[in-house]
Design a binder for this molecule. Structure first.
Ligand code: 5GP
Ligand code: SF4
Ligand code: MG
Length: 470
């Protein structure tokens, strides 16, 4: 998922418009549903719908989302069904207050907390893991000893709720008085701070700041809480007194695939990282060939890096339809199946008689890769060498990426040779973990790579399949 928030109350009446633009730039992070909740300082105004940002929000809808502050969300389901009920921001009224919440990540103990809350009388409106957070906030308020100041109260309640959840969250809270943003102590999902004239902005990725011409200030740190209100921006530790964990959990797969290449992620340019991944791949898995072609769009920067390092010419061998979204974000298996042909077509003139290196970011089930290899061969390529700009994906993600079950991940049950055979490639090469971090340019200490290594940094209560909110 993607989140965006802007606090410009008293300075601008355009908060919903800026949020619309921000969400548009974050559309790649979730294409199932989107929503905006704004405030004029008195009331919260909400609109949520299934579909793409550009189709949901028109001038009339945006006109109703009044006020100088807003948060927004684009959703792709990892927890809870693909249904408008589960669209975010969630907005609720409780004990004299109103709050809206937008969450990117996945809470690993949401089911346990939900069962506990239901036992003591909570009635849940959605099947999304995020809803437990608002219930926990309401409990914190009814438990008493709440600060009198409404901003302090929002901070205290957000903190109390987040202290009980485990897993991945980059999360925004909006009340009539403030926006509170927080990132879990391991920092799985990104969150950045921007400045737009005199106002403050929070967004999943810097590409959203670029679009609205906001200046990128810095990341929200893992385990940091920030408050945006009439007084500006201030920062606090999310859990004061808690030591910084030795290893942090920035999602390395954001660099490999999920984030937009024009974003600065965890302080590094995504494009440069992907380019370096491709160079690393050329060094570790060279092969005599006539052309290097990417699987668009995600394979493009790595293919350029591979071509530069190997000296083999880069070419466009696959053309992508821009009217199809990201196929893996499409939850229906039947549509996913058609997705490949709907999305990609091979260029016969380019490929005929050529030995081709094909660069992609990851192999998940292997079904897409198999169809792509077949498509390239059918177009006349004499050899097809598949190069993957990540290590084998052998473990499911529990922290906000919608990977399939362990059994469905081809690399969990097959060797590289077996995968090469399955996808019918003449050869197949992956990166190693060491090669991955050489390209990222950072030590493994700051990152999560559980989907490649099986080193889960936050334990989940029961061994179960991940269905967690992208
Ligand atoms: P596959 O060969 O595994 O079917 O598909 C590989 C390609 O599709 C890669 O380009 C990868 O980015 C994308 N992909 C397909 N399914 C998934 C999925 O479930 N999760 C992720 N993260 N990517 C997927
Ligand atoms: Fe990212 Fe993989 Fe870790 Fe999930 S398991 S947070 S996809 S690196
Ligand atoms: Mg891809």
């Amino acid at each position: 998922c993607g989140v965006f928030g802007i606090w410009a109350l008293g300075q601008s009446e355009e908060a919903a418009n800026f949020t619309y633009l921000g969400l548009h730039a974050l559309q790649h992070r979730g294409q199932e549903a989107a929503g905006i909740v704004s405030t004029d300082g008195t009331t919260l105004h909400a609109h949520r719908e299934m579909g793409h940002v550009a189709d949901i929000f028109n001038a009339e809808v945006l006109g109703r989302l009044k006020g100088g502050a807003a948060i927004g969300h684009v959703r792709y389901s990892t927890a809870g069904a693909s249904h408008v009920r589960n669209a975010q921001p969630i907005a609720v009224q409780y004990a004299g207050g109103a709050v809206a919440v937008a969450h990117n990540g996945n809470l690993v103990n949401a089911e346990e907390l939900r069962a506990e809350l239901e036992q003591s009388g909570s009635i849940f409106q959605t099947t999304s893991d995020t809803e437990v957070v608002v219930h926990l906030m309401a409990r914190a308020r009814s438990a008493g000893s709440a600060p009198a100041d409404p901003v302090d109260r929002l901070v205290a309640e957000a903190r109390a709720a987040l202290a009980r959840v485990a897993g991945a969250y980059s999360i925004l809270f909006l009340s009539q008085q403030a926006i509170v943003g927080a990132r879990d102590p391991l920092g799985f999902r990104p969150l950045v701070i921007g400045k737009l004239k005199g106002s403050w902005v929070l967004a999943s990725e810097t590409t959203a700041l670029d679009l609205i011409e906001a200046e990128y200030v810095r990341e929200v740190e893992p385990g940091e809480l920030v408050v945006l209100d009439g007084k500006g921006l201030r920062s606090e530790p999310l859990f004061p007194g808690q030591a910084r964990p030795e290893r942090q959990g920035r999602c390395v797969f954001e660099h490999i695939y999920f984030a937009r290449p024009d974003s600065v992620l965890f302080g590094r340019s995504v494009y440069s990282v992907r380019h370096a991944l491709g160079r690393e791949l050329a060094t570790s898995h060279p092969v005599p060939a006539d052309l290097v072609i990417p699987v668009p769009d995600s394979g493009v920067p790595a293919a350029i890096g591979y071509a530069e390092e190997s000296g083999i010419p880069f070419a466009t061998g696959l053309v992508r339809s821009h009217y199809v979204g990201r196929t893996f974000i499409e939850p229906q298996q039947s549509i996913r199946h058609f997705g490949v042909k709907l999305k990609l077509n091979a260029l016969k003139d380019v490929l005929r008689g050529k030995r081709v290196v094909v660069v992609d970011d990851s192999v998940v089930r292997g079904t897409t890769s198999r169809k792509i290899v077949k498509m390239i061969r059918d177009a006349g390529a004499s050899e097809v060498h598949l190069r993957i700009s990540s290590p084998p994906t052998a473990w499911p993600c529990y922290y906000g990426m919608d990977t399939p079950t362990r059994q469905e991940l081809i690399a969990s049950t097959h060797s590289v040779e077996e995968i090469a055979k399955y996808v019918t490639a003449d050869s197949l090469g992956y990166l190693t973990l060491e090669g991955l971090y050489r390209a990222v340019g950072e030590s493994r200490q700051g990152y999560c790579d559980a989907c490649f290594s099986g080193d889960y940094l936050v334990q989940f209560p029961r061994q179960r399949e991940p269905r967690g909110a992208g």
